[in-house]
Design a protein around this ligand. Structure first.
Ligand code: GLV
Ligand code: MN
Ligand code: MN
Length: 430
């Protein structure tokens, strides 16, 4: 069956621009944090677009949004696509949103072309992929994959001490958290369109990336408690300065990652809270959050062990009380071969070159891969810049990604079973 999706490039760009209006910081800096006003406004906007497209809407107790285009075999596992629309403080307007609005436009482009889905095609708009409010990334997809129990969800608090329970109720999400995890076999396949967030596609002038694996992320929270006091009167030999201990720990994090033996190891101390944070006061308490990743789990885990040992050594020497909390320590994800094959076949049908690649950033697909054959499609972004206001993806790249996504969804929707896709004569060797 020949499918020719009719992608409306101008419409996606218009909708991306409209979505960018929902932000707590002035443009081009986007800040959209879970269950704040911009997040709720963006939800309403996106749900309106899904309804306009004739999709069946449902939301779960965490605010994950499902918009389904029912196929002629509605009882078969559906084909899923989607991404997130939250944004870290001072982010750009393409991270996640390209996969949400691109996913929606892929569905609309298939509708316009007269395509009739066999398996249903569902847009999944995830709650809070970014860890900003509750400290843990992929909140929605983690819960959908059953990795985060209802009990752990109930224990989450934001930096102001407000619980997830409280804020989700306030936002109108009152359902049972026990019902969020998706039943086994809910999706036959899942595909996420996303900007690369790195420079490879642009540098190599390749229009699309097909993601074969996602690096393993982990994050730690370190609490340090020393002794505060007057910056003029507490003499240097008597100090137990929590921020000085933190400084040594932060440099250790950098050194352990650099000496891991692989360029693929990265570690970042991206959060540091100092108490009382006053120029004439010796810092008594510090909270650090440390992000450690690698494509190879064992090497990442060695860096985590080194960091924890480093914290112990620094704090013992400086007489600082400490605790280390592991917020998440996730395995890497491998893409499902049948979804990869559908993506490769779609690229060749569209006449678009692609590169097989690894994602160093994490995505909701890291968790979707636990419950469904999953793969990702990357489009280039300017200079690889992301998580910054100057993040940019070109309209034609967004439209091209959307077109190939639509072709892929069509193939996956028509697949009677996984065997149908295995017939594609495409080699996946990198
Ligand atoms: C996702 O936003 C990540 O930090 O990789
Ligand atoms: Mn992000
Ligand atoms: Mn993202």
């Amino acid at each position: 069956m020949i499918v020719r999706p009719l992608v409306d490039q101008e419409r996606i760009i218009r909708e991306l621009e409209a979505l960018a209006e929902f932000s707590d910081t002035p443009k081009p800096a986007i800040t959209r944090i879970l269950f704040t006003k911009p997040d709720l406004e963006a939800r309403a906007y996106l749900k309106g677009l899904c309804e306009e497209a004739g999709l069946q809407l449902r939301e779960d107790a965490l605010g994950n949004i499902f918009a389904r285009w029912e196929g002629s075999a509605p009882d078969l596992p559906a084909v899923g696509t989607g991404s997130h629309f939250d944004a870290i403080p001072y982010a750009g307007m393409y991270d996640g949103t390209v996969g949400v609005l691109g996913g929606l436009e892929a569905i609309r482009s298939l509708q316009r072309s007269g395509f009739k889905p066999y398996r249903s095609i569902e847009l999944l708009i995830f709650t809070a992929e970014e860890p900003t409010r509750f400290g843990i990334g992929c909140l929605g997809s983690r819960a959908l994959a059953g990795v985060l129990s209802a009990e752990s969800l109930r224990g989450l608090k934001d930096p102001e001490g407000r619980s997830l329970e409280e804020v989700r109720w306030e936002a109108g999400y009152m359902g049972r958290l026990e019902d969020v995890a998706l039943p086994e076999g809910y999706y036959s396949a899942f595909v996420e369109l996303h900007i690369e967030q790195g420079p490879v596609l642009e540098q190599e002038r390749v229009p699309l990336g097909i993601v074969t694996a996602i690096a393993a992320p982990a994050s730690l929270r370190v609490h340090l408690e020393g002794v505060g006091g007057h910056a003029g009167t507490v003499l240097m030999p008597d100090r137990r300065d929590a921020l000085c201990a933190a400084a040594e720990i932060i440099l250790g994090v950098e050194a352990f990652a650099k000496s891991s033996g692989s360029i693929n190891t990265v570690a970042t101390t991206g959060f540091c809270e100092v108490y009382p944070n006053a120029v004439n006061s010796v810092p008594s308490r510090v909270r650090l959050e440390i992000d450690i990743r690698d494509v190879e789990q064992s090497r990442r885990d060695q860096v985590i062990r080194n960091v924890i040992q480093g914290v112990e050594q620094v704090c013992t020497r400086r007489e600082i009380k400490y605790s280390v909390e592991i917020i998440n320590i996730d395995p890497p994800a491998k893409a499902g071969s049948e979804v990869l094959k559908a993506l490769v076949a779609a690229c060749s049908e569209a006449g678009v070159r692609f590169k097989l690649m690894v994602s160093r950033a994490y995505h909701d697909s890291l968790f979707m891969a636990r419950i469904a054959p999953t793969a990702m499609l990357f489009i280039p972004c300017r200079e690889g810049i992301s998580h910054r206001p100057d993040e940019y993806a070109a309209p034609e790249d967004i439209a091209r990604g959307t077109y190939v996504l639509a072709l892929t969804l069509a193939k996956l929707s028509l697949a009677e079973d996984k065997a149908a896709l295995k017939e594609d004569p495409v080699l996946l060797d990198e």
